[in-house]
Design a protein around this ligand. Structure first.
Ligand SMILES: Cc1cc2nc3c(=O)[nH]c(=O)nc-3n(C[C@H](O)[C@H](O)[C@H](O)COP(=O)(O)O)c2cc1C
Length: 194
């Protein structure tokens, strides 16, 4: 029941209160990611908790990129605005062994594992009464961020920005099951098979 509530009530939070979240919450969130399933148990996740200065500098790098590439009409400025007001940010990286060893068959399974880990973080935030946005807009400046954080041989995957929610948005619409189910099994058929 509790899991059901978390899955159905979790929403991306884009407005945050000006309020600190306890450091131990960050470790709990990372621990939830560490428990996710992963292909061959490779656990291809690495985490970087940004301090306030790093969060501010990276936000400014996003604004700067937006200025330079404003014709591209991306959502990076909106994401930077959100990141600015979020209390904390955890960046998620993966070891960059793909390009080095050309082991491309690792790639998809590892990204899937990373998605599972980040969804655990999403749900854990909700469980702790926090809100978060799973951001990929920091990928526009992934090389700059690697250089800035002095990270070699790691590939950025996402950033989770976290804070106490200021506003809970309405549920964003989902496609109907009819659109998503690729065969023609009706609900009645499913019920009859139970
Ligand atoms: C892989 C991924 C990348 C995302 N990147 C961004 C982002 O860069 N900026 C943002 O505001 N939201 C981002 N989101 C949040 C989605 O917009 C959001 O999950 C979607 O609109 C559904 O809304 P919900 O999470 O409230 O159900 C991302 C979500 C995922 C899963």
């Amino acid at each position: 029941m509790e899991l059901d509530k978390a899955i159905s009530s979790r929403k991306t939070i884009r407005k945050f209160q000006n309020r600190n979240i306890p450091d131990n919450y960050l470790y709990e969130i990372i621990q939830s990611a560490m428990l996710a399933p992963s292909a061959k148990n490779r656990q291809p996740w690495r985490f970087y908790i940004l301090d306030d200065k790093q969060k501010e500098d990276i936000t400014n790098m996003m604004y700067q990129w937006n200025k330079e590439y404003k014709d591209m009409h991306t959502s990076i400025k909106g994401s930077a605005n959100q990141m600015k007001t979020a209390n904390k940010a955890i960046m998620i990286f993966t070891p960059n062994y793909h390009s080095k060893n050309k082991k491309t068959y690792y790639k998809k399974p590892d990204y899937l594992s990373l998605g599972a880990a980040i969804e655990n973080m999403n749900l854990k935030c909700f469980d702790l009464g926090l809100g978060c946005t799973w951001l990929c807009d920091t990928l526009y400046i992934e090389d700059e961020i690697n250089k800035y954080l002095k990270l070699d041989d790691l590939e950025q995957v996402s950033t989770l920005i976290i804070g106490y929610p200021e506003e809970i948005p309405d549920r964003r619409e989902r496609f109907s099951m009819n659109k998503l189910l690729l065969n023609n099994i009706s609900k009645d058929d499913i019920n009859n098979n139970e």
